[in-house]
Write a protein that binds this ligand. Structure first.
Ligand code: KIV
Length: 280
């Protein structure tokens, strides 16, 4: 099955067809979300938080992104694969940005890369796009600037802030991004930006008017009942059934009901042995 391309995504915006994007960090989750029909899969640097257990995304490395990009690529048949550029892999210079974006494509299997930041990121975006690598921009709340922003806060609530987010989105489009993520901005502002841009917007905590939406897979599936920000809708509550299933396994090991005869092998001649179709 052919993978979704940048022109396909631009056609979706032109045809007012909403784009569904979700994060994934490994081949199993990639296979699941691809089978569900998502259009774009993002290997987000949110993996620093949901996979590595950090309180922010700042310590994620380019090698981490390459590793997870390769894992996710193996699970995809149809969805477009975008891989995040982590903190300090594109801020130093356009040359640094281009070299690292190239590694994400060559080694991390990215079809496009995502960079955080507005007007100040434009030279890096331009350098990457000029080399033929598609770029997704990311404005509004940009988690790699958590310390400058004073926390994970809604951006663009006041007139000045709103004008800044709009200017950033336009600058990113002007620099050549084919798509822009709008994170944690008021719904009215996201609608205005979506109207103003020719390229698709993908919202997270940005209301319903964006060209598409993105959520972290662990959030939409309810892997962590402690985490419930306003912008997340949990489409399942999987933490409880996963804990229950694992508890049932622990009990079965302790009371010796697992493994049963059908999970065990016999010596040749004792009984026709079961055929192994999958190991691990
Ligand atoms: O890192 C990430 O997962 C992201 C999305 C939440 C947009 O940037």
């Amino acid at each position: 099955m052919p993978r979704i391309t940048v022109p396909d995504l631009l056609r979706m915006k032109a045809g007012s067809q909403k784009i569904a994007m979700v994060t994934a960090y490994d081949a199993t989750m990639a296979r699941i979300v691809d089978a569900a029909g998502v259009d774009m899969v993002l290997v987000g640097d949110s993996l620093g938080m949901v996979i590595q257990g950090h309180s922010d995304t700042l310590s994620v490395t380019l090698d981490d992104m390459i590793y997870h990009g390769r894992c996710v690529d193996r699970g995809l048949e149809r969805a477009h694969l975008t891989v995040d550029m982590p903190f300090m892999t594109y801020q130093v210079s356009p040359a640094q940005a281009l070299e690292n974006a190239g590694r994400l494509v060559k080694e991390g299997k990215a079809q496009s890369v995502k960079l955080e930041g507005g007007a100040r990121t434009a030279p890096a975006i331009r350098a990457i796009v000029d080399a033929g690598i598609p770029v997704v921009g990311h404005v509004g709340l940009t988690p790699q600037s958590v310390h400058a922003m004073g926390g994970f806060k809604v951006q663009g609530r006041g007139d000045e802030g709103a004008a800044q987010v709009l200017a950033d989105a336009l600058a990113v489009q002007e620099a050549g991004a084919f798509c822009v993520v709008l994170e944690m901005v008021p719904a009215e502002l996201a609608a205005e930006i979506t109207e103003a841009l020719a390229v698709p917007t993908i919202g997270i905590g940005a209301g319903a008017s964006c060209s598409g939406q993105v959520l972290v897979c662990n959030d939409l599936l309810g892997f962590d009942s402690r985490f419930k920000p306003r912008f997340v809708r949990r489409f399942a509550e999987l933490e409880t059934p996963m804990v229950d299933a694992t508890r049932a396994y622990v009990e079965a090991v302790r009371d010796q009901s697992f493994p049963a005869a059908e999970h065990s092998f016999r010596r040749r001649g004792a009984r026709k042995s079961a055929k192994i179709t999958r190991l691990y």
